[in-house]
Design a protein around this ligand. Structure first.
Ligand code: PMP
Length: 314
């Protein structure tokens, strides 16, 4: 669907997967006016299909659009487009336990603009692809590398929204870590180089005793929808949950560390390496991360009561 200056987004339409035509002067190509979202459709044991909190992705896109001076679809338009794309691709949704349909909404400045200012036209589109489980052969603990050189976001930047401009700058850090056998990078804050922020596409949590902690979102960390859901699930299960500044030293002394995101769901961390020092964490079925993972997946596929009304059946 398209939207020109000061108008609402028009009603969109379904079409076969194909290329998008853009002016060379499109705002997205020249000044990076682009936002994306990521969500999944899951198949339940009885064949029904569920989305998980798609309204939250729509709200996050609106907040991002405000930050990047873009026009955005209403939350209703966003959710309708995600529903229609999922329904049209229903036959591609894998059976329960075998994966999901990954859905990628995109909002771009599609209108031409030569000088630095907001594009005169925006395009909202949604595409989808079936994906397998993040871990092909059961859960494998992540080995994370704490980068002391690259930052994912700076104070006053766009780290708090899902801007396309946040991702290419960390490719170098990720590739370098992967070459050394790590799964992903943990970024530190750019002011003190001391407080943990998040990994490249997931949020981070630590467990110490009965307390679960995760960095507070102060504009440099993406407010993950999985992060927020896990905070609620953990509180429901009786854990004390804290959102606050967490120094890297504290992470290294945790009982357990895990990450959350649409792609990884909840993933246990096996080790963290920082300035040449490597700490290893216990892993296993009885870990807090595994209890949270089972609960989240249970809700997403309709196996566990959805008391927060997170799940949308389509
Ligand atoms: N942080 C970053 C930088 C991300 O790209 C993502 C993926 N959207 C997340 C965290 C996790 O967010 P969510 O739980 O909404 O997928």
């Amino acid at each position: 669907a398209k939207c020109t200056e000061n108008k609402e987004f028009q009603q969109g339409e379904l079409s076969d997967y194909g290329n998008v035509e853009l002016s060379p002067a499109a705002g997205v190509l020249n000044y990076g006016q682009g936002l994306f979202e990521g969500t999944k459709a899951f198949r339940g044991d009885d064949g029904r299909v569920f989305l998980f909190r798609p309204d939250q992705n729509g709200i996050r896109m609106q907040i991002g659009a405000e930050r990047m001076c873009m026009r955005s679809p209403s939350v209703q338009q966003f959710v309708d487009a995600v529903k229609q794309t999922s329904l049209a691709n229903r036959r591609w949704i894998p059976p329960p336990g075998k994966g999901s349909l990954y859905i990628r909404p995109l909002l771009i400045g599609s209108g031409p603009i030569l000088g630095l200012s907001p594009a005169p036209e925006y395009t909202f589109l949604v595409y989808a692809s079936p994906v397998g489980n993040y871990f092909k052969n059961g859960m494998a603990p992540l080995n994370l590398y704490v980068d002391n050189e690259f930052h994912r976001a700076t104070r006053g930047g766009a780290g708090g929204v899902k801007s396309i401009t946040n991702y290419a700058p960390v490719l170098k850090a990720v590739l370098r870590a992967k070459e050394q056998g790590f799964s992903d990078v943990v970024y530190l804050d750019s002011v003190h180089k001391k407080y943990i922020e998040e990994a490249s596409s997931c949020n981070i949590f630590l467990v110490k005793g009965n307390v679960i902690s995760t960095p507070a979102t102060i504009g440099t960390i993406l407010e993950g929808i999985t992060r927020r859901s896990i905070i609620d699930i953990a509180s429901d299960l009786g854990y004390q949950v804290e959102e606050r500044c967490i120094a890297i030293d504290e992470l290294m002394e945790a009982d357990e560390v895990f990450t959350t995101g649409t792609a990884v769901s909840v993933a246990s961390v096996g080790s963290i390496t920082y300035k040449g020092q490597r700490v290893e964490y216990k892993i296993g079925d009885e870990m807090v991360s595994q209890i949270l993972h089972k609960t989240l997946v249970g809700i997403q596929v309709g196996r566990i009561e959805d008391k927060h009304n997170w799940v949308v059946e389509i």
